[in-house]
Design a protein around this ligand. Structure first.
Ligand code: GAL
Length: 418
């Protein structure tokens, strides 16, 4: 009782600035798309549902990556005030399905032919172990992108880096010229995302899977891990102490304004650039994170639908069908910077970066190189993922934490998980 009240209070402090006042005959959609680019994409959804009955109230919870939103969702569930719709990712879907609070979407999926239209990966992520749809997928984001300010790169006479040593050298050149080498948000997941990119860049898919997906203690305590941590520390020495207190999208504006050379991260960065009318690829171009060209590290946004008895079943189904429609999914992803989860959407209106993401996804899927993001809830159960992210962030920020101490902490997380 005491515990749940504490969580609820913490949650309220996130909610106050953004939530709308509850109305009769309305249903809530809880999400963490608060950056301008994300809001532009969300607008596609609110427009499409503008005349729905019940009306949809958007409940925004600040904090990219969704950690705050997940805390609020838990608090609302404990208080019995679940939203009708909640934005969710990967492993969290199973957790909510396991406690029986969310809807089975099989009837709608059958009527709308999800089996035919969705990529197999989208099916796998949004179905439970019994093969039932329990979530509706919306986006397929590529996480292993290096976003580059092209005028700055040319001014500094730097070739697009092809591997970690070249990326490091390029960042050193920028730093010596007084330019921020890598723009970075100060959230923990922003830093953990650098680590997963480095792991893949230095050691490839098998090691990534062993260390960050299977949490294999031998991989965690290996020379490969020590090499990755060494590179991670080099990166922190280059940028770490100068991380301004800012969300990821402010880091993107730094990049767009030519105040920083690079940003590493998912293609929601593209959505942000598009909302700010930045020329793609002339001003900002996308390159695969050096050393990961053949890979596609994925993250997928989905919606889950809570079992709500204040809205009639037919209205609920109409809203879910609308959200899964080809038109909405296309318009949403055009703005979001992601690629659609439906295979039947024509990409000719999409940006060159989105077309390259789609081609990279197809190729990586065929060669077994589409891999889940650890940082963004695609690989690990939520508790292990948060613990890993937190330890990696502390290591990045505190130079007195040794590689061995971090390795031991990661192994303890792995053992708690096994
Ligand atoms: C991710 C989410 C994306 C994006 C990002 C930053 O977790 O999948 O849609 O919005 O957070 O907020």
């Amino acid at each position: 009782m005491f515990k749940s009240k504490l969580i609820a209070l913490a949650a309220i402090s996130f909610l106050i600035p953004f939530s709308s006042v509850a109305k009769a005959q309305s249903a809530e959609l809880l999400h963490w798309w608060t950056a301008p680019g994300e809001q532009g994409a969300l607008h596609v959804i609110s427009q499409a549902l503008a005349s729905s009955n019940p009306t949809i109230d958007l409940i925004s919870v600040s904090g990219g990556g969704g950690d705050n939103a997940m805390t609020v969702l838990q608090a609302k569930a404990l208080a019995g005030t679940m939203p009708f719709i909640a934005q969710i990712e990967g492993a969290h879907i199973d957790a909510w399905d396991a406690i029986g609070l969310i809807q089975n979407l099989d009837t709608i999926a059958k009527r709308e032919n999800w089996d035919q239209s969705l990529y197999p990966l989208a099916k796998q992520i949004n179905q439970n172990d019994q093969g039932e749809y329990v979530a509706l997928p919306l986006t397929l984001h590529r996480m292993n992108w290096l976003w580059v300010n092209e005028p700055l790169r040319k001014q500094l006479n730097i070739a697009p880096p092809k591997n970690w040593p070249e990326l490091l050298a390029a960042m050193q050149t920028a730093k010596s010229a007084g330019i921020t080498p890598l723009s970075l948000g100060s959230d923990e997941w922003q830093v953990a995302l650098l680590f997963e990119n480095l792991t893949l860049s230095l050691h490839g898919k098998d090691f990534y899977q062993q260390a960050l997906v299977q949490l294999d203690p031998t991989a965690l305590n290996s020379d490969k891990m020590r090499q990755t941590l060494h590179a991670f520390r080099q990166l922190s020495q280059l940028v770490g102490r100068h991380i301004p207190h800012q969300p990821w999208n402010e880091a993107t504006s730094q990049l767009a304004k030519g105040e920083a050379l690079f940003q590493i991260g998912g293609d929601w960065i593209l959505g942000e650039l598009l909302a700010a009318d930045v020329a793609i690829p002339d001003t900002i171009n996308c390159y695969a994170m050096p050393g990961t060209e053949q890979h596609f590290v994925y993250n997928m946004d989905s919606f889950i639908f809570f079992k709500i008895n204040t809205i009639d079943k037919k209205s609920q189904a109409q809203i879910i069908e609308q959200l899964s429609s080809r038109t909405l999914q296309k318009q949403f992803n055009l703005k979001k910077g992601a690629i659609p989860v439906r295979q039947d959407i024509d990409l000719s209106d999409f940006t060159s970066c989105q077309k390259r993401a789609a081609a990279a996804f197809t190729k990586a899927s065929e060669s077994g190189l589409a891999i889940p993001s650890m940082t963004d809830s695609m690989a690990l159960p939520p508790v292990a993922q948060r613990a890993m992210t937190n330890e990696l962030f502390r290591f990045f920020m505190q130079s007195n934490i040794s590689e061995q101490v971090l390795i031991e902490r990661l192994i303890s997380i792995a053992q708690a998980e096994i």
